[in-house]
Design a protein around this ligand. Sequence first.
Ligand code: SF4
Length: 367
Amino acid sequence: MRRNSKLKTENAKLQRLVLSLLEWFSQNARDLPWRQTRDPYAIWVSEIMLQQTQVKTVIPYWDRWMRELPTIQSAARASSAKLHKLWEGLGYYTRVRNLQRAAKQIIGQHSGKCPKDFNDILALPGIGRYTAGAIASIAFNQPRPILDGNVIRVLTRLFGIHDNPRQKKTNAKLWELANALVGYAARTGECSPLNQSLMELGALVCTPRQPQCDACPVNQHCIARLRGWQEKLPNLGKRAKTTARRFIAFVVERNGRLLVRQRPAGILNSHLWEFPNLEAPDSMTPRALARTFFGRAPKKLEPLAAIRHSITRYRITLEAYRAELTNSHAKPDGQWLTRQQLQKLAFTSAHKQILAHLGPPISQSAP
Ligand code: SF4
């Protein structure tokens, strides 16, 4: 008996949450370009870009992508260089390679039309449970749950869930809640706005720091707000310790051409371009490293830039030096390309910054 009444209360809470979220979203949804279409391909591209990347960064990338590759067929046909150039700066480049693999699979297995069936979507390369749910619900209005970082934050706070959401049991519970919410929304055919409202609330109101609880449409139902737990949830456990790493890059120019190389397949940032570089211990001087790298010390070595960035748990310092070689130096591996040629290639973000630090080219003649 008691269990039945608890269930009824929970269902009533879920129902009220859905109504409040839908109402709020109808008045507060941002006008994002991918919200003006139901084209599953366009929504899929936006969802892949939005993984690990903020909306304001994604907008120009998405616009450019949709202009250049407006269909699944064009994405499947695009050259690797073009794909990487369109993705340059977004990072996590496996995403763009998987996107093309998925486009090819859709052409081979689904006559070039994005599949509607959830399991068929999930079977595409680079698409996990979250992205499949997002495509199925947003493009096809299906009652499929979504659970990303924003939604986890909203749900753990709303329901006062203290266990680490990465734990299997807690994660399953969160999926269940997300499923129940979208299930209620399905009754009025509003799966797409409901899922988007959860993402939007997490992005705009229920933010990681200082959530705007007073402006929140579901604040009356929120356990974290009631108990003052907003900053404690979600409980993601201890962060992995960061590790400092140091790399040294050499910018070698001959007759207006720069020495660059393409990162091989199978490693981080594969297929992207960079200046020759090596990881170096703190104790090693750039000159000593240059001697090892070029076989003998360069004629001149001048500091050009120091770029700091992070990749996962690594805090990286990339020191760039202009190196002047003589004819007696062994020919280093790589390609000598003009600045115009380099503009067409996709560089890693850090090495693109090195490129930006270089002045205008001196000459464009062959070495
Ligand atoms: Fe998040 Fe505050 Fe809304 Fe709760 S009341 S869901 S903590 S913004």
